[in-house]
Each structure stands twice: as structure tokens, then as C-alpha cells.
Design a protein around this ligand. Structure first.
Ligand code: ADE
Ligand code: ZN
Length: 325
């Protein structure tokens, strides 16, 4: 199919870590603004360091990079730069994750972070016509206690966030560790979702569904190893927010040509395309669509279904979803 056509399709992005949109140029600019010395000579050296062997090798670099984010203005600038990419790729709605603990652990206030992100999202609605939601994500390599404290900290700002997520190192950190945190978050009105089945086994997807009562699975590509689970996901139209370029960069699949997203789509799963941490993984939304056309032979019909799924799986009001589908 015509690769350009994908660019014209309206799309929603449902799996995007705002800290993962920190381009090396902005990393340097913020380091200078905040008087921080980076362990890299220039932006080329940063890009050269982005050779990952697995999820953890990426997370180590990603958490270090986030250290340049200090003020509300930094978070505003970061978010605004991402929103301009959305505009260019015809992403008309975005639901973004932020990781409060990445910042509160180094002494940055929750409010400072939220203020900057939310400020840019509000301006984007007015100036770019892009709608959005914010999802706060717990770091699963930290304790249940730390996640609980973070939830408490977030409660006064509940109206500005639609949901909670669970991310960071997956293997060895099963969803069951956060059952009580998610129960409390759901009670407070947060919509639950979790990363599961990226590197972790299908059992983690079962746990996310059964124990955390999630309404969306982030990644979920390893569900395909468990046919009964696939049947359930398809029957329930449980969304899987898949991130093709991320999966190749983090060696979940060797190449895009090996990716299972179109198999899952053709089986009837509600899969969507997302960029995850685009500054680290080599491209934003349209780069992911283009990769699927070029390396996996995605057809126009498949591309349209993926775009329609992104609205179906979003937290937009039903009438707005339908208008885009
Ligand atoms: N945090 C940012 N990107 C992530 C990913 N792909 N998996 C888990 N945690 C993350
Ligand atoms: Zn992610």
C-alpha cells in the first residue's frame, strides 16, 4: 500500500511514555538550562549509546536521561515537542503515561511534573486541536509501599488523570505485587491498565486481568503463546497497545518482519499501534505504520483497522470515538 496514506489516517496513541519522547537535542538544552553535566559529548554520542539488548538495558539509560527534567517548564517543553510530532503524524488524540516515581525519587514534586505536562496538553487542545488524557504509571521495580505513597500523593489531583498503569522492569515483578494498590486506585476512580506480556510470560497477562482488573494490556505480544488467553482477549475485545519499533529495539522480536501484530489483528484481536518511547526507539507513530508496510506488508485494510481500533480502545466518549472510526 501507499506508505503516505498512513500519514493521512487520523489515529489515537494509547501507549506513550512522555519521558520517552526526550530527544537528545532537548536533553542537551535542558541540561544546559539546569546546569547539569551529561556523560555524553554531543547528541550523536547519545544516539550511539542507544543500542539495547533487552528492556533493562534501555531502562537504565532512560531513567538517567530523565534527570535533566527539573521544572514545570521542562515538562511543558518536553510534552509540547511530542504534541508537535502528533500534529505532523495526524495523531488527533493521545493518552500519555508519566512515571511520577522517576521524578519524586530525585526530589521533584508531583505537582511540578503534572503541572508542566497538563499545561502543554491544555494548550494543545486549543492550538493544535489534539485531545488527550494523562495516565500515571507505577514503577514495578519499586515496592508496593512506594506505589501506595505515590497513589496517595496523586489523590488531590485525581481530576487531571484518567487512569493508572504499571511499567518498568517486567520479568520477576508480577502484577500480583500490586493488587492492593490497584484496588485502591480503582476505588478512587482511576481506570486500570498494565504493561504485561512484553518480556514477561502470558501468566502476567492473566494476573493483570484477574487481579488488577485492567481494561487494557500494554504490549501483550506474548499472549500469542497461550491460545486460550488469545481466545479470551479476542472474545472480550481486550485492547493490546502494541509498540512495533520498541519491540524490535528491545529484542522482543528480531526484526519487524517477525512481529506478530498483523497475525493478532487478523485473528480478531483489538491491537493498536503505538510508539512507546519514540526518542529512544527510532520513530513516532507514522514511522511505526511505515515499518509495518515496508517490512510486514501491511495492507490498507489492515492499517485502517488498526487506526479504528485505536479509537475503539481509547477513553474518548463513545460519540467522539465513532466520529473518528
Ligand atoms: N517504561 C518506558 N517504556 C517501557 C517499556 N517499553 N516497558 C516497560 N516500562 C517502560
Ligand atoms: Zn511502555
Amino acid at each position: 500500500m501507499d506508505v503516505k496514506m498512513n500519514g493521512n489516517l487520523p489515529k489515537a496513541e494509547l501507549h506513550l511514555h512522555i519521558e520517552g519522547t526526550l530527544e537528545p537535542e532537548l536533553m542537551f538544552a535542558l541540561a544546559e538550562r539546569n546546569g547539569i553535566k551529561l556523560p555524553y559529548k554531543d547528541t550523536e554520542a547519545i544516539r550511539a549509546a542507544y543500542q539495547f539488548t533487552n528492556l533493562q538495558s534501555f531502562l537504565d539509560i532512560y531513567y538517567a536521561g530523565a534527570g535533566v527534567l527539573q521544572t514545570s517548564r521542562d515538562f511543558y517543553d518536553l510534552t509540547w515537542a511530542y504534541l508537535e510530532r502528533c500534529k505532523a503524524d495526524n495523531v488527533v488524540h493521545t493518552e500519555i503515561f508519566f512515571d511520577p516515581q522517576t521524578h519524586t525519587e530525585r526530589g521533584i514534586d508531583f505537582e511540578t511534573v503534572l503541572e508542566g505536562i497538563d499545561g502543554a496538553l491544555s494548550d494543545a487542545k486549543e492550538k493544535l486541536g489534539i485531545t488527550s488524557h494523562i495516565i500515571m504509571s507505577f514503577l514495578r521495580h519499586l515496592s508496593e509501599e512506594s506505589a501506595m505513597e505515590t497513589l496517595e500523593m496523586a489523590l488531590p489531583y485525581k481530576d487531571r488523570m484518567i487512569g493508572v498503569g504499571l511499567d518498568s522492569s517486567e520479568a520477576g515483578f508480577p502484577p500480583e505485587m500490586f493488587e492492593r494498590v490497584f484496588a485502591k486506585a480503582r476505588k478512587a476512580g482511576f481506570i486500570p491498565m498494565a504493561h504485561a506480556g512484553e518480556e514477561g510470560p502470558p501468566e502476567y497477562i492473566h494476573q493483570a486481568l484477574e487481579l488488577l482488573k485492567v481494561v487494557r494490556i500494554d504490549h501483550g505480544v506474548r499472549a500469542i503463546e497461550d491460545p486460550k488467553l488469545m481466545e479470551r482477549l479476542i472474545a472480550e475485545r481486550m485492547p493490546l497497545t502494541v509498540c512495533p519499533l520498541s519491540n524490535v529495539k528491545l529484542k522482543v522480536f528480531e526484526t519487524l518482519a517477525d512481529h506478530n501484530i498483523l497475525d493478532m489483528l487478523d485473528q480478531g484481536a483489538c491491537v493498536t499501534v503505538n510508539s512507546d518511547d519514540p526518542a529512544y526507539f527510532g520513530g513516532y507513530m507514522n514511522a511505526n505504520f511505515e515499518g509495518l508496510v515496508n517490512e510486514l506488508g501491511m495492507t490498507e485494510t489492515q492499517a485502517r483497522r488498526l487506526a479504528a481500533n485505536s479509537f475503539e480502545a481509547s477513553f474518548l466518549p463513545e460519540a467522539e470515538k465513532k466520529a473518528w472510526m
